[in-house]
Design a protein around this ligand. Structure first.
Ligand SMILES: [Cu+2]
Length: 285
């Protein structure tokens, strides 16, 4: 590989990282793409901040690495035995010692301040417009809408054939999925019925563990309508890779209409029976 090719590959990587991944597809589908290097296009304020914090950290890493590298190269050339046969006996330099103590402190501070800001943004849940509860099961998700008569349903992965027929992405689409309104704060409560799962939605900047016997909560406010895909992100057994998460973000009117429909459709489902539905297994490859 020529130096030119290596340099252009490195530049391509850096550019991809700094522009934070591909934009949303034209039809409003947000999912990971083949050969994707950066993040998925952010759909929430939290994810946008995560992306810019990531870029800031990357910049700091590169700056520190380059500084150390050039210092070392300079020392190798300027102070090797041939170029500098009689070394200086100098010890202690007050200015230098103060500098190499304070500069790292300043670097840590400029990393810590945005980091804490981001942590608080993620952690403190604003006044929520609605609540959705996600329950991880081996190996599908159950969702409950406590604000709307507490209706509930399961979301299991579509088989390859079903996904192809529906024109939905393989290994990501589910039979039922949650629908939420755009530009509304959604409080998400997460737990599990058997082992630890993790509800992860890259475009929202969410990855939260679903722990049996424990309620975790987080929030999101999605700015753009569309269909968003994520996956269980905690190793939870043999079908861990086959319990994707699908979220449809729609306008308030469409959401209200969906709630009416869902209320009727899922009304007969007793929550106790939900967790007994057979897992949809992927087609054998
Ligand atoms: Cu899982």
């Amino acid at each position: 590989m020529s130096l030119n090719k290596i340099l252009s590959a490195v530049t391509a990587c850096l550019v991809t990282f700094f522009i934070s991944g591909p934009a949303a597809l034209a039809n409003g589908v947000f999912k990971a793409e083949p050969d994707q290097l950066g993040f998925m296009a952010p759909a929430t304020e939290v994810m946008r901040d995560i992306v810019s914090f990531h870029n800031w950290l990357l910049f700091m890493c590169i700056a520190v690495s380059l500084f150390v590298m050039f210092m070392m190269i300079y020392i190798f050339i300027r102070f090797n035995a041939k170029a500098n046969p009689t070394p200086s006996k100098t010890t202690h330099n007050t200015l230098l010692e103060v500098a190499w103590t304070t500069v790292p402190i300043i670097i840590l501070l400029v990393i810590a301040i945005p980091s804490f800001k981001l942590l608080y943004l993620e952690d403190v849940i604003p006044e929520a417009d609605l609540t959705v509860k996600a329950i991880g099961n081996q190996w599908y998700w159950t969702y409950e809408y406590p604000d709307n008569d507490d209706f509930a349903f399961d979301a299991a992965m579509l088989t390859d054939v079903e996904a192809a027929e529906a024109g939905l992405p393989r290994l990501l689409a589910t039979d039922n999925h949650i629908v939420v309104p755009a530009n509304k704060t959604v409080r998400l409560i997460v737990t599990a019925s058997d082992v630890i799962h993790s509800w992860a939605m890259p475009a929202f900047g969410i990855k939260i563990d679903a722990v049996p016997g424990k309620l975790n909560e987080t929030w999101f406010n999605v700015e753009r309508e569309g269909i968003y895909y994520g996956q269980c992100s905690e190793l939870c057994g043999k079908d861990h890779g086959f319990m994707p998460i699908m979220v449809e973000v729609v306008s308030q009117e469409k959401y209200d209409a969906w709630v009416e429909k869902a209320r009727a459709e899922y009304a007969g489902i007793k929550k106790d029976n939900l967790i007994r539905v057979a897992t949809v297994l992927p087609a054998q490859q």
